[in-house]
Write a protein that binds this ligand. Structure first.
Ligand code: S3P
Length: 446
């Protein structure tokens, strides 16, 4: 039976001045996959223990990789670039995680057996052509359900390097090519639109894989040389900015509050939300900045602000805020005047149709919106929203970010919210409700 969550009241005070969010999901998944391809024992601390990262670990265990979890420490025994144990009739389930499905497919391109990859209802709706196309070019044989899961992949020992144009600005698609290139003799050359660059930073700063990156005005050229084995490594995973964002927006939209979020990854390819909100008038500060293995890590300070301005966002910032648009739309809904966002067709290809869900949430709370050609949105925000009706969120394919955005809307803006599928946040941020309760939020699950 479906449960639901009720949020009845705005938070009057925050019981804590600072919080920590869990380890970054993109970095956790990359640590697990890349350490499994290294030689020797790698150790990560503060790894994200969520349903998505469990999916990667379970798949790798099926491929013969030994992984131990002890609290948030994760030990992976890598067996080198060609160490996976491929078996007949293997079925791998990536659950809800697009990153897992897409990045792991690229590690199977040398499999001597056909392997089936599948996922949950939401993942089966997502586009896999963005990785099928380049991986076929490397030489793998792939059959899919019209470009979607389930996928059957048969690898080859005769892999050939490729030249590939990645024109979606998808880090998952880019990373799949980069990881496949590791197993391939010769140089793979990738032309790609900007997206999060964690894979490249790990190749360069930790694994010492030969990689060249040339930034041009609109795209990047990345060249990787394959067949270079690399050693195991240790990694301290910083907090996830995408998780921190829910608390940034909660603080911003509440009254007279401040919050510090400690030890967050602030890689510029991820901090679009801070840049965008600051352009809207928020004065979010990044401090205690450190560089750790090529990644920027810092604390974030945010203060409530009831006087934010609308924004006409240039698409250049889209990729660095790609997972945060539901929150950004919510903030735009609280600013007097029209905000507009363009070139966001990728949003409707996420765990749920997030462009549509942004519109649905805003319309429910009385904010006018207009969808522009399935790829953009105009929002006519209202200041000083004080919600007092009942708002129901359901049938959203358990998209964790829809659940968490609706929860933040309820806590910051008031109203009686009934949000179904109250476990959905566990794919990316299992301590979300606990942190809210620690801050003083009254949340019931019935
Ligand atoms: C991710 C990349 C992003 C993001 C996803 C995680 C990654 O997707 O939405 O949550 O770890 O590479 P894109 O492939 O659209 O960049």
């Amino acid at each position: 039976m479906k449960k639901l969550i009720l949020i009845n009241k705005e938070l009057s005070i925050f019981k804590k001045k600072s919080i920590k969010v869990e380890g970054d999901k993109s970095l956790s998944i990359r640590f697990i996959i890349l350490s499994s391809l290294s030689t020797g024992k790698s150790l990560a601390s503060n790894i994200l223990k969520s349903e998505d990262t469990m999916s990667v670990m379970n798949i790798l265990k099926k491929l013969g990789i030994k992984i131990k979890l002890n609290n948030n420490n994760c030990e992976v025994k890598g067996k080198g670039l060609f160490g996976y144990k491929f078996k007949k009739n293997l079925v791998l389930n990536a659950g809800n995680s697009g990153t897992t499905a897409r990045l792991l497919l690229s590690t199977l391109i040398d499999s001597n057996y056909t392997i089936k990859i599948t996922g949950d209802k939401s993942l089966k709706k997502r586009d896999m052509n963005r990785v099928i196309k380049p991986l076929k070019q490397f030489g793998a044989k792939i059959k899919s359900n019209k470009g979607k899961l389930p996928i059957f992949i048969t690898g080859t020992k005769l892999l050939k390097p490729i030249q590939y144009k990645e024109n979606l600005g998808s880090a998952q698609s880019k990373s799949a090519v980069l990881i496949a290139a590791l197993k391939t003799k010769g140089q793979t050359k990738l032309y790609c639109l900007p997206s999060r660059n964690h894979t490249e930073l790990m190749f360069k700063n930790i694994l010492k894989v030969p990689i060249k990156i040339k930034k041009r005005s609109n795209d990047e050229i990345i060249q990787v040389n394959g067949l270079n084995e690399f050693k195991s490594f240790n990694y301290r995973i910083p907090g996830d900015i995408s998780s921190a964002s829910f608390f940034i927006v909660l603080t911003l939209l509440s009254k007279n509050k401040t919050l510090i979020i400690k030890n967050v990854n602030v890689n510029p390819s991820r901090t679009g939300i801070i840049k965008i909100l600051n352009r809207m008038g928020a004065k979010i500060k990044i401090f205690n900045l450190k560089i750790y293995k090529g990644e920027k890590v810092a604390d974030i300070f945010v203060r409530s602000n009831q006087n934010l301005k609308p924004i006409n966002l240039e698409p250049k910032l889209n990729s660095s805020a790609i997972d945060e648009f539901l929150l950004i739309f919510l903030v735009a809904g609280t600013c007097k005047g029209m905000s507009s966002f363009k070139k966001l067709s990728e949003l409707n290809k996420k765990e749920s149709k997030r462009l549509d869900w942004g519109i649905k949430i805003l319309n429910q709370i009385g904010i006018k919106t207009k969808k522009i050609k399935n790829q953009g949105i105009k929002i006519w925000g209202k200041q000083n929203l004080n919600l007092n009706k009942t708002y129901v969120i359901k049938n959203y394919l358990k998209d964790h970010r829809v659940f968490m955005t609706a929860t933040i809307a309820g806590l910051a803006l008031g109203g009686n919210w009934k949000i179904y599928d109250p476990n959905s946040f566990k794919t990316s941020f299992p301590s979300f409700l606990k942190i809210l309760r620690d801050l003083g939020a009254k949340i019931e699950i019935r």
